[in-house]
Ligand binder design. Structure first.
Ligand code: M21
Length: 143
């Protein structure tokens, strides 16, 4: 459900600061990771794909060919409260997105397209958290 997705996003987003330098993702291009869920968010900067690659690697979610490591990703999602309700669905959705963009050789661009596809799939399935929800939780965590 949307609450699980909110927690997973905030957890995953913890790695953004570590990955800013190596990905060149400036704050101007993405201030905080949860902006991912904004209705008007544009998946246009290759640097975001590089940052997601770095963040995924940080949590051991990538294989040597920079594809999703299914078991590790499932475990990561399950490490959040009620994560088990979404883990399989998320892994399957990301994998189906990966298959659509497998021809893209540039890892950063491919991962950016996969992330966009993943978000659209979440919106369609009704498991995308609202921006209001993301902001409220983000502010609460910062206090
Ligand atoms: C659940 C919160 C945020 C997740 C955002 C990124 C999801 C994008 C998945 C890309 C995984 C990389 C796969 C590489 O082929």
């Amino acid at each position: 459900d949307v609450n699980v997705m909110k927690d997973v996003t905030l957890g995953f987003g913890q790695a953004l600061d570590k990955c800013r330098q190596e990905s060149q993702l400036t704050e101007e291009k993405m201030e905080e990771f949860f902006h991912f869920w904004r209705d008007d968010f544009k998946f246009e900067h290759r640097e975001l794909g590089c940052a997601i690659q770095c963040m995924s690697r940080h949590y051991n979610q990538l294989t040597d060919s920079s594809r999703m490591h299914h078991d590790n990703t499932e475990q990561f999602i399950k490490s959040f409260p009620n994560g088990e309700v979404l883990a399989r669905q998320m892994v399957e959705l990301i994998h189906s997105c990966e298959k659509q963009y497998d021809h893209e050789d540039d890892h950063c661009w491919r991962i950016l397209h996969v992330a966009d596809c993943f978000k659209q799939g979440c919106v369609q399935r009704g498991i995308a958290p609202s921006m209001e929800m993301m902001m409220t939780e983000f502010i609460m965590e910062a206090e």
